[in-house]
Design a binder for this molecule. Structure first.
Ligand code: ADP
Length: 313
């Protein structure tokens, strides 16, 4: 209650699957804007949702980084609803940005956004937190132009690699093949795959791997990266949901020409990086550290300074 009294709740900012978000400000300083995220507690799912909410809280409170949304406080109300007081980020997200045809941007802007995302993911992994729901829609834009990773509802510490984890995580378009095949032992590589898909979408200005079902998602992946086999991914055939492709349906990975045609604006280094982030075999995939060490960041053009980045009107 003491915590709740520190904030004044204002108008509604938006609504998501699990929460309604209101604007607000500090009682002591009305110029400090916040977003108050009220987690919807449906009786049926009460336990599960409360769990997700608590996870969001735990992980966010521990992580302090310029590209990760700041959690100011947490409080509950009489009805047991959980309220997260978050940094106010009113300028939309990276998906609304690439969808917005009134906004034009180029390779230097993409490199700046990608760099902020890569540093946020690296920081999570250094602190043994998996985000598990990286997508353009969860990358919110701050007033100073920086991008911040939000929505830690599914984040989970991966300090213990032997604990079985749920494979039904990550919005389908961003879900890596190992999760689609039902693996329960996974690590930071799942976030790196999602990050590769997000960067590809920034370049394409459309969804990179859209699908209607999980089976179709695996088809989309195979059409670009080739059908997963024991040759390109040792051990894949042992995963629960793996179905080997019939010989006549075996897909070859797209040639370099495909990448140059679709992703030319990322340059050769950028193309190399997204292919490294989206290796089928999670053990061959770049780690967040390897992403940051990639020559793409040093190649021309230099990333746009955050103050000069294009933004939603
Ligand atoms: P979802 O992730 O399902 O889109 P959220 O519950 O995270 O939904 O947020 C719902 C909406 O509330 C967002 O689309 C956005 O418009 C708004 N919103 C969320 N977080 C913030 C924030 N920190 N600052 C400003 N607006 C926000």
């Amino acid at each position: 209650d003491q915590v709740r009294r520190k904030y004044v709740q204002g108008g509604r900012l938006g609504e998501g699957t699990y929460a309604i978000v209101y604007s607000g400000h500090l009682v002591s300083d009305p110029s400090t804007l916040v977003a108050i995220k009220k987690i919807k507690v449906n009786a049926e799912y009460k336990d599960g949702l409360a769990m997700d909410a608590v996870r969001e809280v735990k992980h966010l409170q521990e992580l302090s980084h310029p590209n990760i949304i700041k959690l100011h406080a947490v409080f509950s109300t009489r009805d047991q609803n959980l309220n997260l007081v978050l940094e106010h980020l009113p300028l939309g997200d990276l998906e609304t940005l690439w969808r917005n045809k009134d906004v034009s941007y180029g390779p230097a802007d993409i490199k700046a956004w990608a760099g902020m995302l890569a540093r946020a993911v690296w920081f999570c992994h250094e602190n043994f937190v998996l985000h598990r729901d990286i997508k353009g829609n969860n990358l919110l834009i701050a007033a100073d132009g920086s991008v911040k990773l939000a929505d830690f509802g599914l984040a989970r510490s991966f300090a213990d690699p032997y604990t079985k984890m749920s494979c039904n995580v990550i919005t389908r378009f961003y879900r890596p093949p190992e999760l689609l095949y039902g693996t329960r032992h996974y690590g930071g590589a799942v976030d790196v795959w999602s990050m590769g898909v997000v960067i590809a979408e920034l370049a394409l200005r459309e969804f990179f791997l859209p699908s209607e079902t999980e089976i179709e998602q695996l088809d989309r992946i195979a059409e670009v990266f080739g059908s997963p086999t024991e040759e390109n991914w040792p051990g894949v055939s042992k995963l629960d949901n793996y179905v080997p492709a019939a010989k006549e349906n075996l897909k070859r990975p797209q040639p370099l020409m495909y990448w140059k045609q679709r992703f030319g604006m990322l340059g050769d280094e950028g193309i190399d990086l997204i292919r490294y982030m989206c290796k089928l075999d999670p053990r061959s995939r770049a780690t967040a550290r390897q992403v940051l060490e990639h020559p793409y960041w040093m190649a021309a053009p230099r990333p746009t300074p955050k103050e000069k980045l294009p933004r939603n009107a």
